[in-house]
Write a protein that binds this ligand. Structure first.
Ligand SMILES: Nc1ncnc2c1ncn2[C@@H]1O[C@H](COP(=O)(O)OP(=O)(O)OP(=O)(O)O)[C@@H](O)[C@H]1O
Ligand SMILES: [Mg+2]
Length: 502
């Protein structure tokens, strides 16, 4: 008790000694003594008279309050509705009591409440502080991780079907990991309209069931592949969803390349062996097939002949497909040793078109400069190159079109082009075209162009292409020109102008 009026002090002391639970009461009559006392003792509560010999009014409260923030202070005042005491309460005093207007019970209650209230305030303050600190720690952690992190709110329709999700919070790595700018507060569909449906389904499920999920999946709209951990945040029927994610596109590409490399090595190792073992029986089958077709020709007309002919045709188509695979594999796997010889290029072109079945809705136009009909090159490699380019061209024109094959020369270079009016090649595929195993076809190995490139380069040539989506594609081969020394052009090679379907 800091009270200079001895009478008031005694009265209060007497009131308190009648109450249970009141310990020792110390009294000083100066503010300075009170402050000294605080330093030396443990105090539960301060009863403070504002008007003291060494300090007056609010100043008294401010000084003692500055000396101790922990001890609750009760103001003793002589006035009703005292503005100064009220201000002291506003600034942190627990309460004020008007001298002469309280009895022992009221005083005791005021003291007890003051102590309890102060404890409560401290607990709340400590809680707020630690909350702020943990919030700060959380934010720092949130922003320091390299992984992307966000909290989203999934938007559902009336049937609980997820429609979209909104980003409530995102971390610093979010933008780098997604390429999405200023996403906070925005809906995913407004940022990436083509984002796949499965993302909405997965987050919708987490929001509804409250079960976390870990998965990897592709986000084509963002052109990335992600490793994701999605978990529920908060309580309630529909929860928010926390999403921790990592762009693993680079890792996936490396894995894919490694898989392809392993596959190619395995293919390389087995191709030679298997190719040889398959090729001999295959040749035998082709021979038998040829004979069977001839024998069928001699059968009388009728259903039996018709059905047999159809069956043989189907067998032949599939045999040629197997033959192409075996050839491609071998050409790709084995080292190329070109055997350059006098080659009848026009005959090769004719062979290619007679082996490939050209559908009726495709017009074939080919032209060969007569002087280029005979050349020094590797006939088998040329045949394989042209077979692959023309079969691709045919496959690119499922609705028909025009296939042009041109052989021309300029100075000492030979140019061969194969052009179609088909589907064309999308820009994003253009740099993958010559990679082995790259195919967009259900029934394709993806070896055709890899073989074309390998054989062309093996003959010191170059292959290039230009393509426009929906208009068509033109492949061009360029070789050093090596003419046959005698330079004889046989009479049966037609002129370039009037050449047509073989
Ligand atoms: N003329 C073309 N027009 C359009 N796309 C083409 C053309 N040529 C090649 N392509 C594309 O390039 C891909 C690779 O061709 P490639 O010949 O290497 O393999 P493939 O034809 O798919 O299979 P296969 O091993 O049977 O040849 C094709 O799947 C196709 O998507
Ligand atoms: Mg092909």
């Amino acid at each position: 008790m800091i009270e200079d009026n001895a009478g008031d002090a005694r009265l209060i002391q007497e009131m308190l000694t009648t109450q249970k639970g009141i310990g020792q009461i110390e009294r000083v009559d100066r503010l300075s003594k009170g402050i000294d006392h605080l330093g030396a003792h443990t105090i539960d509560v301060i009863l403070l008279d504002l008007g003291l010999p060494d300090s007056q009014g609010l100043n008294t409260f401010e000084k003692i309050h500055a000396a101790t923030k922990q001890v609750p202070i009760l103001i003793l005042t002589g006035f009703n509705n005292d503005a100064t005491s009220l201000e002291a309460v506003r600034r942190g005093a627990q309460d004020y009591l008007i001298k002469g207007k309280f009895d022992a019970d009221l005083l005791f209650r005021a003291i007890t409440y003051a102590i309890e209230r102060k404890k409560l305030e401290e607990t709340v303050e400590r809680g707020t502080l630690s909350l702020k600190a943990s919030e700060k720690r959380y934010r720092a952690l949130f922003d320091s991780i390299d992984e992307g992190f966000c909290i989203v709110e999934v938007i559902f329709d009336v049937d609980c079907k997820p429609l979209d999700y909104r980003f409530l919070e995102i971390n610093a790595s979010f933008e780098k990991q997604t390429g999405l700018h200023e996403a906070e507060g925005k809906l995913m569909r407004s940022l990436a309209p083509n984002h796949e449906e499965h993302w909405f389904q997965i987050y919708g499920k987490v929001a509804l069931t409250g079960e976390p999920i870990r998965f990897t999946n592709e986000a084509k709209a963002l052109n990335r592949y992600y490793d994701v951990y999605a978990f529920p945040v908060g309580e309630g029927k529909i929860r928010k969803v926390g999403i921790l994610f990592n762009d693993i596109s680079h890792r996936r590409n490396l894995e894919k390349q490694l898989q392809d490399a392993e596959r190619l090595a395995a293919i390389g190792a087995t191709a030679g062996m298997v190719g040889h073992d398959i090729r001999n029986p295959l040749q035998a089958i082709i021979g038998e097939l040829f004979l069977s077709k001839k024998e069928i020709d001699d059968l009388p007309q009728g259903n039996v002949k018709k059905y047999l002919a159809e069956s043989l045709q189907s067998i032949e188509d599939n045999i040629f497909y197997i033959d192409k695979i075996v050839n491609d594999l071998q050409d790709y796997a084995k080292p190329l040793q070109p055997s350059i010889e006098e080659t009848n290029l026009a005959k090769i072109v004719e062979d290619v078109f007679s082996i490939l079945k050209v559908p009726g809705n495709i017009d074939v136009v080919y032209s060969i400069e007569p002087c280029l009909a005979k050349l020094m090159t590797d006939p088998a490699a040329m045949k394989r190159i042209l077979t692959n380019l023309t079969s691709n061209a045919i496959q690119a024109m499922p609705k028909g079109g025009k296939l042009s094959l041109d052989v021309a020369s300029k100075e000492d270079r030979l140019y061969i082009s194969v052009q179609d009016t088909g589907l064309g090649i999308p820009d994003e595929m253009k740099d993958k075209l010559f990679r082995p195993l790259f195919t967009t076809k259900a029934k394709g190995q993806g070896f055709g162009l890899a073989v074309v490139k390998k054989l062309t380069e093996g003959l010191n040539g170059k292959v290039s292409f230009e393509s426009e989506l929906g208009k068509g594609t033109r492949f061009e081969l360029e070789f050093p020109l090596k003419k046959v020394p005698t330079s004889v052009t046989p009479a049966h090679f037609k002129d370039a102008k009037d050449n047509g379907h073989p």
